[in-house]
Design a protein around this ligand. Structure first.
Ligand SMILES: Cc1cc2nc3c(=O)[nH]c(=O)nc-3n(C[C@H](O)[C@H](O)[C@H](O)COP(=O)(O)O)c2cc1C
Length: 308
């Protein structure tokens, strides 16, 4: 089983990826959160740092772009190659209204003739590096998927990651694993399954259902349990000391890069996932005023540190 760590803007930055790789491993490819391409092709400082080879030393990463402009995409692919990477991804999945309103991300699925014209231009000549896409299965309805699939099958993508939800379903609507069955049945090259894999048992059920599954991409499941990829490979669950080391290293990495307050904010944003629906942990996390308090909250240890 090949495991991709899903790109998650605002969370899975270079600090996160390196600490995760060092402490847990088990990931074949880390997706980089998207670069929002512009007319001038000037990336933000954060985007430039994220793709910097130094930032990704020792990791296999997949840079990603968000654009509806074929020229911008091809120029960016040149840049990706110049940075020393040998593959790149296009985002057809982002459901954020600010993105889809401009016809980008999953907004590109709303107009399939325009999407076809886009890919005709992208693939008009040889590409600087092989291109993959990460897509949803429709804009309004899963019934759109067969047509989207037929379109994608017409282009030589390195792989296609399928988040088995529509744009409308955002991140919490029901999933449609049957859409992945269809991708396998139609012979889409190298389909990657994405959506709601939280446990090794979820992955086993997926394989039982879709025996051709070779690659999965996991996001929130890995935020909740950083040892999930290791467990999928038959390794042990994360122990308490390991989790302490994980959160402490992340906090220190972010504190050194940003600022203590910002680092604590990021840690709390991440810890939303391991805490889940546990009301007591949520309360402790909200009140925590330092990293130890946050860790105690997540591990369910007594009251949070720090003054109330
Ligand atoms: C906070 C957040 C940020 C995300 N950022 C990106 C992104 O930059 N690029 C992308 O393709 N998907 C992004 N996604 C979607 C995830 O990569 C993934 O497709 C989605 O969470 C479903 O997988 P999961 O159920 O395993 O989490 C983001 C999701 C979340 C929750």
């Amino acid at each position: 089983m090949i495991v991709y760590f899903a790109p998650m803007e605002g969370i899975t930055d270079g600090v996160f990826r390196r600490v995760h790789h060092r402490l847990f491993g088990g990931i074949d490819v880390y997706g980089l959160p998207f670069h929002k391409l512009t007319q001038s092709l000037s990336l933000t400082t954060r985007e430039k740092r994220d793709i910097d080879p130094e930032e990704n030393r020792g990791l296999t990463v997949l840079p990603q772009a968000l654009t509806r402009d074929p020229g911008q995409l091809v120029s960016w692919l040149e840049y990706v190659r110049a940075c020393g990477y040998s593959r790149a991804d296009l985002n057809l999945g982002c459901p954020s209204p600010t993105v889809t309103r401009r016809g980008r991300g999953s907004g590109m699925l709303r107009d399939l003739p325009a999407l076809r014209a886009f890919f005709d231009r992208v693939f008009a000549g040889p590409l600087p590096v092989p291109l993959s896409v990460k897509t949803r299965i429709g804009y309004e309805s899963p019934e759109e998927w067969p047509e989207i699939l037929a379109l994608l099958a017409d282009y030589p993508f390195a792989h296609v990651t399928v988040h088995v939800r529509t744009m409308r379903e955002q991140y919490t609507g029901g999933i449609h694993p049957e859409a992945f069955d269809l991708a396998l049945a139609r012979g889409l090259p190298h389909p990657v399954y994405n959506g709601d894999l939280r446990t090794p048992e979820d992955v086993q059920s997926l394989i039982a259902r879709c025996p051709g599954t070779e690659t999965v991409m996991i996001g929130r499941g890995l935020l909740a349990d950083p040892a999930l990829a290791r467990r999928i490979r038959g390794g042990p669950a994360a122990g308490e000391e390991e989790l302490r080391a994980w959160y402490t290293a992340l906090y220190e990495g972010w504190r050194d890069r940003f600022h203590a307050t910002l680092a604590l904010g990021r840690i709390k944003k991440l810890m939303v996932w391991p805490v889940g629906d546990d009301l007591r942990k949520k309360r402790l996390l909200r009140r925590a005023e330092d990293i130890d308090g946050c860790i105690d909250a997540v591990l369910g240890k007594g009251e949070a540190h720090g003054p109330r």
